[in-house]
Every structure is written in structure tokens, then in C-alpha cells.
Ligand binder design. Structure first.
Ligand code: ATP
Ligand code: MG
Length: 330
């Protein structure tokens, strides 16, 4: 299917010089039009940095050290988001992408009603609209995310965490974005609410036709709801596959560890196993594959050279790439 966003060789650091942290390393990642792409990895693996970097919303001292983020509009020529002027960037952001950041549900303004917050977003971007039209649209947006219209006059503290999260999604959809990026919007919520919200977003995606980059720790949610999954470790993508493919058969030992460290939502409850050891220190990375000190299958080459992400040898299936010496690229 059609490519919508192509991240190529993206590198992001925090800070400069000796003390800098290389948080995103040579990331190549493609988002296809209309798909739900899941991004998983342990805390500190660089997921949020990647999301902030590709939209150029990196907080200081974050700096993009290289790479391209090519956006392919439905009409017109592809362009590099990293090359846009500030003004072009603002237009692009509002028209094309919408982000619900980590902890966003706590960023609703406590002193304003939900309706005011939604209509403010609409007014900022459609200054010509009438108040009545904005209110009608706010009601419609809340209905989309399953919030009854009588909640329009509530204040954030009168809503549950799940409802606040839905409001944030409603706001993200207000300007009819082509891409919705959700950065772990649900970790603060319980598992049942998480599933509902992601399920609802997937349903809306089908109706409204946007694509989703969904970032979470919980790989079992991604297996259930996303089309494809990318796994990050130590700033790099280590495996990328269809959700079904990954579920059936994960090639990278880290993916395998992640898949088996969460209890299954359906079927027999598995033991929580977790992955022994801890994520790498980005300031002093292990040599070779960053995962080798924790890897049960580590052998000689893993210590010496960083494996590149590529299609594994001898596997005819198309939709998979892995960065692991057990599965060298063809
Ligand atoms: P989580 O699952 O906890 O949200 P993440 O995968 O989103 O983690 P990032 O927040 O992208 O990880 O962080 C990647 C690395 O960059 C981490 O090692 C983190 O400590 C570092 N980092 C993040 N923000 C900053 C900052 N403002 N200054 C310095 N280092 C930072
Ligand atoms: Mg994060």
C-alpha cells in the first residue's frame, strides 16, 4: 500500500558534545496511508524522542542530528518535514498531524469546561467559524469518541481518566488530521479502558481515514490492534513486522522477550516473565548489538558489530526486517 511518511536515517541527541545522549539512532521507519503502526520498547528506548523528532516538537536540549522525514501528500510532491520553515511547519502540523502526548490527559486546563477547550482549538484554526458552528462541531467530536453531549459542560476533574483521554483524542481529531500520533496515552489507565480507547481509535481510523502511530509499552495491545509493529531498543529499531507476523514468530530475541513479558489478554494467562537485566546506558553503550549483554542467544559477532536492520535471509515473506546477527540480512 501507499507510503505516507518515510523516516530515513533519523538521529536525535539531547545536548551537545561529551555529555550528549544519542537517543535515536539511524532510525528508518515507514508509515503507510491508513494503517495503525505500533511502536513498542522499554522505557528509555527512544520512542517519545522519535515522535517528537519527526514532528519537530523536540524540547530542548533535543537536537536532530541528521536524517529525513519525507511526507507524501495525497496530492502534490513529497517533501522533507525537517526542511520546512517554521511557518510551513506550523501549517503542516495542524493540517496533517495531530499528537496526543504522554500524560496528555493531565494537560487539560482544570479551570475551563471541556466545551471551551474544544471550541478554543477550533477557533484558533478556523477563525472565520461561528460560535454555534464550533459548539456543534465540539459536540460531534465528543460523540465520535463516545462522550455524551451533556458532558460538554463538565470540568476536567469531573471526568474519569478514560474520559479525559477521550477528550484529548477528540481534540486531536478536531482538525481532521491525516496522521494521529498517540504517545502512550493509556498507561495511566487500567487495561480494560486502554483496550476500549485503542479499539475506538482504530474504528475511527476506518471511518475517518487517518493513519496512526501508536506508542506503548504494552505489546499485547499492539498485537491485537495494529497492522504493523516496530520494536525499539537503545534508540534503534530492532525489528519491524506485521502484527500477525510478529505475534506468530518474533525473530529478535528482544521482541520475543517483550512479547512474553506481558500477560495475554485472551486465552490462558501466561506468567509474567520480563527480560532479565536492564536497558543500556545511552552514554556508554555496549559494543556491537546493544542487546547482547541481556541476550540468551548472544554469540561472537554480537559483541563486535552493530547488526543492520534488513530483510532476514531465507525468508520469503516481505513485510519483515530485523537487526540481529542470528538473522543476517540477505
Ligand atoms: P518511556 O517509555 O519511559 O516514555 P521512551 O522510549 O519514550 O521512554 P524517551 O523519552 O524518548 O524514551 O527517552 C530516550 C532517552 O533519552 C532516555 O535515555 C532519556 O533518558 C533521554 N532523554 C529524554 N529526554 C531527555 C532530555 N530532555 N534531556 C536529556 N535526556 C533525555
Ligand atoms: Mg516516552
Amino acid at each position: 500500500s501507499e507510503i505516507e511518511l518515510e523516516i530515513k536515517g533519523l538521529n536525535v541527541d539531547y545536548g551537545l558534545g561529551e555529555q550528549s545522549v544519542h537517543a535515536v539512532r539511524d532510525v528508518d521507519l515507514t508509515l503507510r496511508r491508513g494503517e495503525v503502526l505500533g511502536l513498542a520498547g522499554e522505557s528509555g528506548s527512544g520512542k517519545s524522542t522519535l515522535a517528537y523528532g519527526l514532528t519537530r516538537l523536540l524540547p530542548p536540549p533535543g537536537v536532530i542530528r541528521g536524517g529525513q522525514v519525507i511526507y507524501h501528500p495525497e496530492q502534490g510532491e513529497p517533501f522533507d518535514v525537517l526542511g520546512l520553515s517554521d511557518r510551513q511547519l506550523r501549517a503542516f502540523r495542524w493540517a496533517q498531524t495531530s499528537i496526543v502526548f504522554q500524560g496528555a490527559m493531565n494537560s487539560l486546563n482544570p479551570v475551563h469546561k471541556i466545551s471551551t477547550q474544544l471550541t478554543d482549538v477550533l477557533r484558533a484554526h478556523e477563525p472565520g467559524s461561528t460560535r454555534a458552528a464550533r459548539l456543534a462541531r465540539a459536540r460531534e467530536l465528543l460523540a465520535l469518541v463516545g462522550i455524551p453531549a451533556d458532558r460538554l459542560d463538565s470540568y476536567p476533574h469531573q471526568l474519569s481518566g478514560g474520559m479525559r483521554q477521550r477528550v484529548m483524542i477528540g481534540m486531536a481529531l478536531a482538525l481532521r488530521p491525516k496522521i494521529v500520533i498517540m504517545d502512550e496515552p493509556t498507561t495511566a489507565l487500567d487495561v480494560v479502558v486502554q483496550r476500549q480507547i485503542l479499539g475506538q481509535l482504530v474504528g475511527l481510523r476506518e471511518r475517518l481515514g487517518f493513519s496512526v502511530l501508536f506508542i506503548t509499552h504494552d505489546l499485547s495491545l499492539l498485537v491485537e490492534f495494529s497492522d504493523r509493529i516496530a520494536i525499539m531498543y537503545g534508540g534503534r529499531i530492532v525489528e519491524q513486522a506485521s502484527a500477525a507476523g510478529l505475534h506468530k514468530d518474533s525473530l529478535h530475541p528482544y521482541s520475543h522477550g517483550l512479547l512474553h513479558s506481558f500477560p495475554a489478554l485472551r486465552g490462558p494467562r501466561e506468567e509474567l516473565s520480563g527480560i532479565p537485566g536492564s536497558p543500556p546506558d545511552l552514554r556508554s553503550m555496549p559494543t556491537g548489538c546493544a542487546f547482547h549483554p541481556r541476550c540468551p542467544h548472544s554469540f561472537d559477532p554480537c559483541v563486535r558489530r552493530v547488526p543492520e536492520l534488513g530483510a532476514p535471509q531465507g525468508r520469503p515473506e516481505q513485510d519483515r526486517s530485523v537487526a540481529c546477527w542470528l538473522h543476517p540480512a540477505s
